[in-house]
Design a protein around this ligand. Structure first.
Ligand code: VGL
Ligand code: ZN
Length: 197
């Protein structure tokens, strides 16, 4: 795909997945080099904001007794508890004040790696006339992967922001396998300089 064909146009939205303190170095579920997505995403935010195109930020927003936490038999340490410091967006993320915030996995008994799962994200995007989404954030092998899978299934064209995602890599290679899968399913992987040179 040419840079011209990728460059944002009416009907495009930027989706920032779970850029929250608990997923950054020092957080309770730190993604290795997770902090590097912040300046990378800020470049895309500047473009979308300049064009007044929609920006959506998803966030993990769990109750203290969430089923994904080890105390409840889940796989993860406690993270992104609603209202806690760890659940805050990265302070250096240039989140536009008009950005749409989508909270997910907000009840004790359900987890949701996808920003579409149990939220109004699909409705909101469709009402806004969005047909293509640019997706970056954390983590490549969990919430980015599942958000992209759902988006493709729901009919969106998806651009995966390769320079603005990082993986948990519980098993070595999880992140690159997730990227392979997203491409195989139809996502177009892009980097900022390739599109906005
Ligand atoms: C995530 C693990 C647990 C993510 C959320 O945002 O990728 N990963 N909860
Ligand atoms: Zn979570």
């Amino acid at each position: 795909m040419t840079a011209e064909a990728i460059r944002p146009r009416a009907g495009d939205a930027l989706i920032l997945v779970d850029v929250q303190l608990d997923f950054l170095p020092g957080g309770s579920l730190a993604v290795p080099r997770g902090d590097e997505v912040v300046p990378a995403l800020n470049r895309y935010v500047a473009v979308f904001r300049g064009l007044t195109f929609p920006v959506v930020a998803t966030r993990d927003w769990h109750p203290p007794d969430h089923c994904s936490f080890r105390a409840q038999g889940g796989p993860w340490p406690p993270h992104c508890v609603a209202g806690s410091d760890g659940a805050r967006f990265a302070p250096l993320l240039d989140l536009p004040c008009e950005a749409r915030i989508v909270s997910k996995a907000t009840t004790p008994d359900k987890d949701a790696y996808s920003g579409f799962e149990g939220t109004d994200l699909d409705d909101w995007l469709k009402r806004a006339g969005v047909t293509r989404i640019f997706v970056g954030g954390l983590a490549t092998d969990y919430c980015v992967l599942n958000t992209v899978r759902d988006a493709l299934r729901l009919g969106y064209a998806v651009f995966l922001l390769l320079d603005a995602v990082r993986a948990v890599d519980v098993q070595a290679g999880d992140g690159s396998r997730a990227i392979d899968e997203m491409r195989r399913l139809g996502a177009t992987a892009i980097e900022f300089d390739q599109v906005f040179a």
